[in-house]
Design a binder for this molecule. Structure first.
Ligand SMILES: [Zn+2]
Ligand SMILES: [Zn+2]
Length: 321
């Protein structure tokens, strides 16, 4: 085994990760008990219970009804009806209305049917829905960023086990994304090259952290992962949006995601994923997959992150089986 005990700087965030792999960890150790919510008698996301959800905003129809549908989140974090004005009476008490849109996409009509079991064609359909919704919400007035993410499993924050995705359209760019975008644009201004394209080139040269690849996409265990077993799924071509991908490229992209989530599901590891995209030409689209093995604890409150699984070990984990 490679013993690693080192501070590593994140590629583009102002974050340092202490990789502290002080004991041998075999891939089989990475598993946690399934903490999934059981089947609910009246799951609001199941076919037949459509009346239990807020008004439907759209669907992909199928012979038996729908294969994907979306609506406003019943427990929305932000709302198009949020009124009021920004208050800055004192520089210490700054408030703004929580205007925005919060949608739920039900990924499949089947209950207890995880993403990793989706057919290739269904997964492509789902990503086409993601792409269309992100593009349309991004063009709404006042909206500055649309966060698309999945919570898979109770350990990742999912409150319903029926597979679904969330989209939150906000009037502010989330701080971590902001930091990331400015790293990309600074890098581009300085070198006239894309940071992610350079990362891919350098990681290929190092040949240690690229987990899988196909013709147009790859899975990378990042040099300084903020979470154990974190991976980036990256299109090889320099693109900014899901809608920039050709059909063939989107297929390659989802096939790699499928491989990653299959591996996580086979060890009962809950996960989140978050789409990173921008309309700025200096940025390079990727999907951040975050398994929920470790909880950030006291040490992380200092701003440093400790990770007991090196990315080199993550590669072994994903390649096993
Ligand atoms: Zn259901
Ligand atoms: Zn690029």
């Amino acid at each position: 085994m490679i013993e690693v005990q080192v501070f590593r700087k994140h590629y583009f965030l102002d974050k340092w990760v202490l990789i502290s792999e002080n004991r041998e960890k075999r891939p089989s150790e990475f598993s946690r008990k399934a903490g999934h919510v059981g089947l609910e008698k009246s799951c609001p996301f199941c076919p037949g219970n459509e009346s239990l959800t807020p008004k439907e905003l759209g669907r992909v129809s199928s012979r038996s009804g729908w294969s994907i549908r979306w609506f406003e989140n019943k427990f929305a974090a932000v709302s198009p009806n949020a009124g009021g004005v920004s208050q800055a009476g004192s520089p210490l008490f700054i408030e703004e209305p929580s205007f925005g849109y919060h949608y739920i996409i039900v990924d499949t009509p089947k209950h207890n049917f995880p993403l990793s079991s989706f057919s290739k064609s269904h997964m492509i359909k789902l990503f086409n829905v993601y792409s269309a919704l992100v593009d349309s919400l991004m063009s709404k007035p006042k909206i500055k960023y649309v966060v698309l993410f999945k919570n898979h499993g109770a350990g990742a924050g999912a409150s319903l086990s029926h597979e679904h995705t969330q989209i939150v359209a906000l009037t502010k760019v989330p701080p971590l994304f902001k930091q990331e975008f400015s790293s990309f644009s600074r890098y581009f201004k300085k070198r006239r090259r894309c940071l992610m394209c350079d990362i891919i080139r350098s990681e290929r040269r190092e040949d240690k952290r690229i987990v899988f690849e196909n013709d147009s996409a790859l899975v990378l265990a990042p040099f300084a992962p903020l979470y154990s077993l974190e991976v980036f799924i990256i299109p090889k071509r320099h693109v900014q949006l899901l809608s920039d991908l050709s059909d063939e490229e989107l297929k390659d992209f989802v096939l790699l995601l499928r491989r990653v989530v299959k591996r996580l599901d086979s060890s009962n590891i809950d996960y989140n994923f978050v789409l990173h995209y921008s309309r700025d030409r200096s940025f390079h689209l990727y999907l951040d997959v975050i398994p929920r093995l470790n909880k950030h604890a006291g040490f992380e409150m200092s701003g440093f992150v400790i990770n007991s699984v090196s990315p080199e070990t993550s590669v072994k984990f994903y390649r096993a089986h």
